[in-house]
Design a protein around this ligand. Structure first.
Ligand code: KG4
Ligand code: ZN
Length: 337
Protein backbone atom coordinates (compact mmCIF):
# COMPACT_ATOMS: atom_id res chain seq x y z
CA UNK A 1 0.00 0.00 0.00
CA UNK A 2 1.37 3.45 -0.98
CA UNK A 3 1.26 6.55 1.17
CA UNK A 4 -1.80 8.56 2.23
CA UNK A 5 -1.04 12.26 1.87
CA UNK A 6 -2.78 15.58 2.45
CA UNK A 7 -1.77 18.34 0.02
CA UNK A 8 -2.37 22.08 0.31
CA UNK A 9 -2.17 24.69 -2.46
CA UNK A 10 -2.17 28.42 -1.65
CA UNK A 11 0.18 30.07 -4.15
CA UNK A 12 -2.22 32.61 -5.62
CA UNK A 13 -5.98 33.10 -5.27
CA UNK A 14 -7.22 29.55 -4.81
CA UNK A 15 -7.18 27.82 -1.41
CA UNK A 16 -7.23 24.12 -2.10
CA UNK A 17 -6.73 20.79 -0.32
CA UNK A 18 -6.62 17.24 -1.63
CA UNK A 19 -6.15 13.77 -0.23
CA UNK A 20 -4.26 11.14 -2.22
CA UNK A 21 -4.04 7.47 -1.30
CA UNK A 22 -1.58 5.16 -3.01
CA UNK A 23 -1.28 7.52 -6.01
CA UNK A 24 -5.06 7.86 -6.41
CA UNK A 25 -6.49 11.34 -5.88
CA UNK A 26 -9.57 11.01 -3.64
CA UNK A 27 -10.79 14.59 -3.83
CA UNK A 28 -9.91 18.15 -4.76
CA UNK A 29 -11.55 20.87 -2.67
CA UNK A 30 -11.06 24.38 -4.10
CA UNK A 31 -12.20 27.68 -2.59
CA UNK A 32 -11.89 30.41 -5.22
CA UNK A 33 -11.42 33.95 -3.94
CA UNK A 34 -13.91 36.23 -5.67
CA UNK A 35 -12.71 39.28 -3.71
CA UNK A 36 -10.18 40.15 -6.47
CA UNK A 37 -12.81 40.62 -9.18
CA UNK A 38 -13.38 44.23 -8.14
CA UNK A 39 -9.71 45.12 -8.45
CA UNK A 40 -8.83 43.91 -11.96
CA UNK A 41 -6.19 41.49 -10.63
CA UNK A 42 -5.10 39.50 -7.59
CA UNK A 43 -4.40 41.77 -4.59
CA UNK A 44 -1.68 39.93 -2.63
CA UNK A 45 -2.73 41.23 0.79
CA UNK A 46 -6.35 40.23 0.23
CA UNK A 47 -5.26 36.82 -1.08
CA UNK A 48 -3.32 36.11 2.14
CA UNK A 49 -6.29 37.10 4.28
CA UNK A 50 -8.71 34.98 2.26
CA UNK A 51 -6.35 31.98 2.54
CA UNK A 52 -6.35 32.48 6.32
CA UNK A 53 -10.14 32.37 6.34
CA UNK A 54 -10.44 29.42 3.97
CA UNK A 55 -7.67 27.07 4.91
CA UNK A 56 -9.21 25.36 7.96
CA UNK A 57 -12.63 24.71 6.35
CA UNK A 58 -11.02 23.56 3.08
CA UNK A 59 -8.65 21.11 4.80
CA UNK A 60 -11.41 19.85 7.12
CA UNK A 61 -13.69 19.23 4.15
CA UNK A 62 -10.96 17.36 2.26
CA UNK A 63 -10.39 15.05 5.21
CA UNK A 64 -14.05 14.61 6.19
CA UNK A 65 -15.25 13.75 2.75
CA UNK A 66 -12.80 10.86 2.41
CA UNK A 67 -13.29 9.51 5.92
CA UNK A 68 -9.52 9.62 6.36
CA UNK A 69 -8.38 10.53 9.85
CA UNK A 70 -5.42 12.75 10.60
CA UNK A 71 -3.71 9.76 12.18
CA UNK A 72 -3.92 7.90 8.82
CA UNK A 73 -1.76 10.50 7.06
CA UNK A 74 1.82 9.61 6.13
CA UNK A 75 2.94 13.14 5.17
CA UNK A 76 1.70 16.69 4.56
CA UNK A 77 2.51 18.37 1.24
CA UNK A 78 2.21 22.03 0.30
CA UNK A 79 3.23 24.48 -2.42
CA UNK A 80 6.63 25.98 -1.63
CA UNK A 81 6.61 28.26 -4.71
CA UNK A 82 6.52 29.99 -7.09
CA UNK A 83 3.70 32.28 -6.02
CA UNK A 84 2.80 35.25 -3.83
CA UNK A 85 4.84 35.27 -0.63
CA UNK A 86 1.99 36.07 1.77
CA UNK A 87 -0.26 33.49 0.12
CA UNK A 88 2.46 30.82 0.21
CA UNK A 89 3.16 31.57 3.88
CA UNK A 90 -0.39 30.63 4.88
CA UNK A 91 -0.18 27.17 3.25
CA UNK A 92 3.41 26.63 4.41
CA UNK A 93 2.70 27.52 8.05
CA UNK A 94 -0.42 25.39 8.12
CA UNK A 95 1.29 22.38 6.53
CA UNK A 96 4.29 22.65 8.85
CA UNK A 97 2.11 22.89 11.94
CA UNK A 98 0.18 19.81 10.89
CA UNK A 99 3.31 17.82 10.03
CA UNK A 100 4.90 18.88 13.33
CA UNK A 101 1.91 18.03 15.48
CA UNK A 102 1.33 14.67 13.77
CA UNK A 103 5.08 13.97 13.70
CA UNK A 104 5.07 13.03 10.02
CA UNK A 105 7.22 14.26 7.10
CA UNK A 106 6.70 17.54 5.27
CA UNK A 107 6.85 17.62 1.45
CA UNK A 108 7.55 20.95 -0.31
CA UNK A 109 6.23 20.96 -3.89
CA UNK A 110 7.10 23.14 -6.86
CA UNK A 111 3.82 24.55 -8.23
CA UNK A 112 4.94 24.52 -11.89
CA UNK A 113 6.15 20.92 -11.75
CA UNK A 114 2.85 20.02 -10.11
CA UNK A 115 0.88 21.58 -12.99
CA UNK A 116 2.67 19.12 -15.28
CA UNK A 117 2.18 16.15 -12.95
CA UNK A 118 -1.58 16.81 -13.06
CA UNK A 119 -1.37 14.61 -16.17
CA UNK A 120 -0.80 11.59 -13.93
CA UNK A 121 -4.02 12.02 -11.94
CA UNK A 122 -6.12 10.27 -14.59
CA UNK A 123 -5.46 7.95 -17.49
CA UNK A 124 -4.18 7.92 -20.19
CA UNK A 125 -0.89 9.17 -18.80
CA UNK A 126 1.79 10.62 -21.08
CA UNK A 127 4.80 8.48 -21.94
CA UNK A 128 8.27 9.85 -21.13
CA UNK A 129 9.92 11.84 -22.57
CA UNK A 130 7.21 14.36 -23.43
CA UNK A 131 6.97 18.09 -24.01
CA UNK A 132 4.64 20.16 -21.84
CA UNK A 133 3.48 23.65 -22.74
CA UNK A 134 2.82 25.14 -19.30
CA UNK A 135 0.72 28.27 -19.61
CA UNK A 136 -0.62 30.19 -16.63
CA UNK A 137 -1.10 33.66 -15.21
CA UNK A 138 2.54 33.84 -14.16
CA UNK A 139 4.38 31.47 -16.49
CA UNK A 140 4.75 30.39 -20.10
CA UNK A 141 7.16 27.52 -20.52
CA UNK A 142 7.99 24.61 -22.76
CA UNK A 143 9.25 21.85 -20.52
CA UNK A 144 11.04 18.66 -21.51
CA UNK A 145 9.73 16.06 -19.06
CA UNK A 146 12.06 13.06 -18.79
CA UNK A 147 10.58 11.55 -15.65
CA UNK A 148 8.18 12.40 -12.81
CA UNK A 149 10.70 14.61 -11.04
CA UNK A 150 13.15 15.20 -13.87
CA UNK A 151 12.12 18.18 -15.95
CA UNK A 152 13.96 20.89 -17.86
CA UNK A 153 12.65 24.22 -19.16
CA UNK A 154 13.69 24.54 -22.82
CA UNK A 155 11.73 27.68 -23.69
CA UNK A 156 10.03 30.41 -21.70
CA UNK A 157 8.68 33.93 -21.85
CA UNK A 158 11.19 36.74 -21.62
CA UNK A 159 8.54 39.14 -20.27
CA UNK A 160 4.78 38.65 -19.62
CA UNK A 161 3.06 35.30 -19.28
CA UNK A 162 0.38 34.39 -21.80
CA UNK A 163 -2.30 34.36 -19.07
CA UNK A 164 -1.27 37.92 -18.22
CA UNK A 165 -1.59 38.86 -21.91
CA UNK A 166 -5.15 37.45 -21.88
CA UNK A 167 -6.05 39.16 -18.61
CA UNK A 168 -4.47 42.55 -19.36
CA UNK A 169 -5.98 42.71 -22.85
CA UNK A 170 -9.36 41.79 -21.36
CA UNK A 171 -8.96 44.57 -18.83
CA UNK A 172 -8.31 47.06 -21.67
CA UNK A 173 -11.69 45.98 -23.08
CA UNK A 174 -13.33 46.66 -19.72
CA UNK A 175 -13.81 42.98 -18.83
CA UNK A 176 -13.53 41.89 -15.17
CA UNK A 177 -10.64 39.82 -13.75
CA UNK A 178 -9.72 37.13 -14.68
CA UNK A 179 -10.41 38.06 -18.29
CA UNK A 180 -8.93 34.92 -19.90
CA UNK A 181 -12.06 32.76 -19.56
CA UNK A 182 -14.25 35.63 -20.85
CA UNK A 183 -12.06 36.20 -23.91
CA UNK A 184 -12.40 32.45 -24.53
CA UNK A 185 -16.19 32.63 -24.19
CA UNK A 186 -16.63 35.61 -26.56
CA UNK A 187 -14.01 34.27 -29.00
CA UNK A 188 -16.31 31.32 -29.77
CA UNK A 189 -18.80 33.76 -31.30
CA UNK A 190 -16.35 35.84 -33.37
CA UNK A 191 -14.18 35.84 -36.50
CA UNK A 192 -10.60 34.91 -35.60
CA UNK A 193 -9.24 36.36 -38.86
CA UNK A 194 -10.87 39.79 -38.65
CA UNK A 195 -7.88 41.50 -36.99
CA UNK A 196 -4.33 40.38 -36.50
CA UNK A 197 -1.72 41.24 -33.91
CA UNK A 198 2.01 40.82 -34.44
CA UNK A 199 4.17 38.05 -33.00
CA UNK A 200 7.31 39.36 -31.27
CA UNK A 201 9.93 37.02 -32.63
CA UNK A 202 12.51 36.11 -30.01
CA UNK A 203 15.18 33.56 -30.86
CA UNK A 204 14.90 29.84 -30.19
CA UNK A 205 12.02 28.50 -28.17
CA UNK A 206 11.37 31.61 -26.07
CA UNK A 207 8.24 33.74 -26.09
CA UNK A 208 7.52 37.45 -25.68
CA UNK A 209 4.04 38.80 -25.00
CA UNK A 210 4.73 42.43 -24.08
CA UNK A 211 4.70 43.50 -27.77
CA UNK A 212 1.24 42.12 -28.49
CA UNK A 213 -0.10 43.76 -25.34
CA UNK A 214 1.13 47.18 -26.50
CA UNK A 215 -0.03 46.57 -30.09
CA UNK A 216 -3.46 45.67 -28.73
CA UNK A 217 -3.58 48.86 -26.65
CA UNK A 218 -2.75 51.05 -29.68
CA UNK A 219 -5.18 49.11 -31.87
CA UNK A 220 -8.06 49.76 -29.46
CA UNK A 221 -7.07 53.40 -29.01
CA UNK A 222 -7.00 54.02 -32.78
CA UNK A 223 -10.27 52.20 -33.46
CA UNK A 224 -12.07 53.92 -30.58
CA UNK A 225 -11.07 57.28 -32.08
CA UNK A 226 -13.04 56.29 -35.21
CA UNK A 227 -15.95 54.62 -33.38
CA UNK A 228 -16.57 55.33 -29.72
CA UNK A 229 -18.48 52.04 -29.40
CA UNK A 230 -15.85 49.97 -31.24
CA UNK A 231 -15.32 47.47 -28.41
CA UNK A 232 -19.02 46.94 -27.77
CA UNK A 233 -19.80 46.56 -31.47
CA UNK A 234 -16.95 44.17 -32.21
CA UNK A 235 -16.27 42.38 -28.91
CA UNK A 236 -16.59 38.86 -30.30
CA UNK A 237 -14.34 39.48 -33.32
CA UNK A 238 -11.73 41.28 -31.20
CA UNK A 239 -11.64 38.42 -28.68
CA UNK A 240 -11.48 35.75 -31.40
CA UNK A 241 -8.65 37.56 -33.23
CA UNK A 242 -6.68 38.26 -30.06
CA UNK A 243 -7.04 34.66 -28.91
CA UNK A 244 -5.97 33.32 -32.30
CA UNK A 245 -2.85 35.53 -32.32
CA UNK A 246 -1.87 34.39 -28.80
CA UNK A 247 -2.45 30.73 -29.66
CA UNK A 248 -0.41 31.08 -32.88
CA UNK A 249 2.49 32.40 -30.81
CA UNK A 250 2.29 29.44 -28.44
CA UNK A 251 1.89 26.87 -31.19
CA UNK A 252 4.79 28.09 -33.34
CA UNK A 253 7.31 27.47 -30.51
CA UNK A 254 5.71 24.21 -29.50
CA UNK A 255 5.92 22.90 -33.09
CA UNK A 256 9.54 24.07 -33.30
CA UNK A 257 10.38 22.27 -30.04
CA UNK A 258 8.70 19.07 -31.18
CA UNK A 259 10.56 19.17 -34.52
CA UNK A 260 13.91 19.93 -32.91
CA UNK A 261 13.69 17.26 -30.24
CA UNK A 262 11.72 14.80 -32.36
CA UNK A 263 9.23 14.31 -29.55
CA UNK A 264 5.62 13.71 -30.49
CA UNK A 265 4.10 13.24 -27.06
CA UNK A 266 2.76 16.69 -26.23
CA UNK A 267 0.92 17.93 -23.14
CA UNK A 268 -0.48 21.26 -21.98
CA UNK A 269 -0.84 22.43 -18.40
CA UNK A 270 -1.68 25.51 -16.31
CA UNK A 271 -4.69 27.82 -16.23
CA UNK A 272 -4.58 28.81 -19.90
CA UNK A 273 -4.75 25.14 -20.91
CA UNK A 274 -8.47 25.50 -20.08
CA UNK A 275 -8.74 27.70 -23.19
CA UNK A 276 -11.02 26.02 -25.72
CA UNK A 277 -9.23 27.58 -28.72
CA UNK A 278 -5.88 26.23 -27.55
CA UNK A 279 -7.36 22.79 -26.88
CA UNK A 280 -8.98 22.67 -30.35
CA UNK A 281 -5.84 23.92 -32.10
CA UNK A 282 -3.76 21.30 -30.34
CA UNK A 283 -6.13 18.53 -31.42
CA UNK A 284 -5.93 19.74 -35.02
CA UNK A 285 -2.12 19.89 -34.98
CA UNK A 286 -2.06 16.45 -33.39
CA UNK A 287 -3.88 15.00 -36.39
CA UNK A 288 -1.60 16.78 -38.85
CA UNK A 289 1.63 15.86 -37.10
CA UNK A 290 0.77 12.48 -35.57
CA UNK A 291 1.22 13.92 -32.12
CA UNK A 292 -0.11 12.09 -29.10
CA UNK A 293 -1.72 14.95 -27.22
CA UNK A 294 -2.59 15.11 -23.50
CA UNK A 295 -5.04 17.76 -22.34
CA UNK A 296 -5.94 17.89 -18.64
CA UNK A 297 -9.46 17.82 -17.27
CA UNK A 298 -10.75 21.36 -16.64
CA UNK A 299 -10.60 21.07 -12.84
CA UNK A 300 -6.87 20.23 -13.05
CA UNK A 301 -5.95 23.10 -15.42
CA UNK A 302 -6.29 26.00 -12.99
CA UNK A 303 -4.69 25.96 -9.55
CA UNK A 304 -5.69 22.96 -7.46
CA UNK A 305 -4.28 20.79 -4.66
CA UNK A 306 -4.81 17.51 -6.54
CA UNK A 307 -1.77 18.30 -8.68
CA UNK A 308 0.24 19.11 -5.54
CA UNK A 309 -0.87 15.77 -4.12
CA UNK A 310 0.24 13.96 -7.28
CA UNK A 311 3.68 15.60 -7.18
CA UNK A 312 3.91 14.82 -3.46
CA UNK A 313 3.18 11.16 -4.14
CA UNK A 314 6.24 10.84 -6.38
CA UNK A 315 8.38 12.87 -3.98
CA UNK A 316 7.27 10.59 -1.13
CA UNK A 317 8.29 7.50 -3.11
CA UNK A 318 11.76 9.06 -3.51
CA UNK A 319 11.81 10.18 0.13
CA UNK A 320 12.12 13.85 -0.92
CA UNK A 321 11.07 15.36 2.39
CA UNK A 322 11.74 18.88 3.68
CA UNK A 323 13.02 20.17 7.00
CA UNK A 324 10.62 22.22 9.11
CA UNK A 325 12.77 25.35 8.84
CA UNK A 326 12.34 25.62 5.04
CA UNK A 327 10.83 28.93 3.82
CA UNK A 328 8.44 29.66 0.97
CA UNK A 329 10.13 30.53 -2.31
CA UNK A 330 8.09 33.01 -4.40
CA UNK A 331 10.51 32.63 -7.34
CA UNK A 332 11.13 28.93 -7.00
CA UNK A 333 12.84 27.37 -10.01
CA UNK A 334 12.78 23.78 -11.20
CA UNK A 335 15.17 21.41 -9.54
CA UNK A 336 14.65 22.90 -6.07
CA UNK A 337 12.57 19.97 -4.87
O1 KG4 B 1 -2.57 28.26 -13.36
P1 KG4 B 1 -3.50 29.35 -12.95
O2 KG4 B 1 -4.83 28.98 -12.36
O3 KG4 B 1 -2.82 30.30 -11.92
C1 KG4 B 1 -1.47 30.63 -12.01
O4 KG4 B 1 -0.64 29.84 -11.51
O5 KG4 B 1 -1.22 31.69 -12.64
O6 KG4 B 1 -3.73 30.28 -14.24
C2 KG4 B 1 -4.53 31.41 -14.20
C3 KG4 B 1 -4.57 32.04 -15.59
C4 KG4 B 1 -5.25 33.40 -15.63
O7 KG4 B 1 -4.44 34.29 -16.38
C5 KG4 B 1 -6.57 33.11 -16.37
O8 KG4 B 1 -7.08 34.20 -17.09
C6 KG4 B 1 -6.12 32.01 -17.30
O9 KG4 B 1 -5.28 31.19 -16.51
N1 KG4 B 1 -7.25 31.23 -17.83
C7 KG4 B 1 -7.63 31.26 -19.13
C8 KG4 B 1 -8.76 30.41 -19.24
N2 KG4 B 1 -9.04 29.90 -18.00
C9 KG4 B 1 -8.09 30.40 -17.15
N3 KG4 B 1 -7.11 31.93 -20.17
C10 KG4 B 1 -7.71 31.75 -21.36
N4 KG4 B 1 -8.81 30.98 -21.56
C11 KG4 B 1 -9.36 30.29 -20.53
N5 KG4 B 1 -10.43 29.52 -20.72
ZN1 ZN C 1 -0.81 27.72 -11.45
Amino acid sequence: MGPTLLAIESSCDETSASVIENGKVLNNIVATQSVHENYGGVVPELASRAHQQNIVPVVSQALQNTGIKRSDLDAIAYTQGPGLLGALLVGASFAKSMAYSLDIPLIAVNHMQAHILAHFIDKPRPRFPFLCLTVSGGHTQIVLVNDFLEMKIIGQTVDDAVGEAFDKSAKLMGLPYPGGPLVDKYAKLGDPLKYSFPDSEVPGLDFSFSGIKTAFLYFLRDEIKKDGDFIKNNLHDICASLQRSLIDMLMSRLIRASDQLKIKVIAIAGGVSANSGLRDTLELEAEKRQWQVHIPEFQYCTDNAAMIAMAAHYQYLERKFSPLDISPNPRMKFGNV
